[in-house]
Design a protein around this ligand. Sequence first.
Ligand code: FES
Ligand SMILES: [Fe+2]
Length: 333
Amino acid sequence: MSERRDHAKDFWQAVALSADIGQRPKRVFFEGAPLVLFRSAQGIAALFDRCPHRLVELSTGKVVGGEIECPYHGWRYDGEGRCTAIPGHVGAMPHYRVRRYAAIERDGVVFVSSGAPQGEPYLHCMEGKDIIARRVRSSTQSTVIDAAENILDATHTHFTHKGLLRGLTSKRHLVRVEVTGGEGWVEACYTGEDRQQGLISRLLEGERAKTIGRFHHPGIAELEYWGKEGLVLATTFHLRQADERTVEGVGWLIGQRQGLLGELKALAFKPLFTIALHQDRRVLKSASDNARFAPPALPVIGPLDFLRRDIAAIMEGKMPPSASEPRVYQIEL
Ligand code: FES
Ligand SMILES: [Fe+2]
């Protein structure tokens, strides 16, 4: 019989920062399942976080010689999920195993997959360039679509991030927005924006030529700030639904390396970004809390919500509407 496999799951998803996994195992939630991440003899390992013996969380055990030891009776599992030791048992080992997930570490981030991806994981939009990057992670009470849209939505910045990303005045500028898409991605390109007057913009950017907000499958949201000379500053966030109400994100804040100035800017970027993240988490939590009241919530997709339908289509594995019909808008930003 020829081997048939479902390739629909053959992609990587970022689940943790490498720095979070040291001597101790770490539990993460992935596609509705608890996983334990630990450092095995062969590198980073991801197993279903449940001992097959009496179902205890392996992540509450410890790593011994590159294997995870269950805290209840001490059964051990290697990075492949094979049971290698049953303390006290004499004789041949029975073949027990825990489900293993593909896992890989790249640029300080741990990626896992429930399929068998062939290629390398996508990291961020400034890969291969001379950059300064900071890694960040976040946890937000929301859904992936709401969190991704929030990252890419320019119109909330006037209110949620007043003073930080936008100026304190209400002066707006006419901006052209082009929305294009293809299989698994959609982006909105903003041109004609005057330099944003907020604190972050003043500090970090020179003259701005364009801004791009992009989403790609399965839950990657990224922002690119282009100057006259090219891509200057970017963030790429890998989002996933950890549980019903929680979105976890692992991402990069990236700046072009410009000697000492670049270092200083990168140093300032993270704390400012952290404030913005906190402001976003607050509104997203408010929406999530409020959504559970009857009648069931169906959010309005307003005239400025350029990407919502496209993101929804991509998340459902469909072609985004922008792939066949690119759109152009004029708005005041
Ligand atoms: S429950 Fe894990 S060893 Fe018994
Ligand atoms: Fe925001």
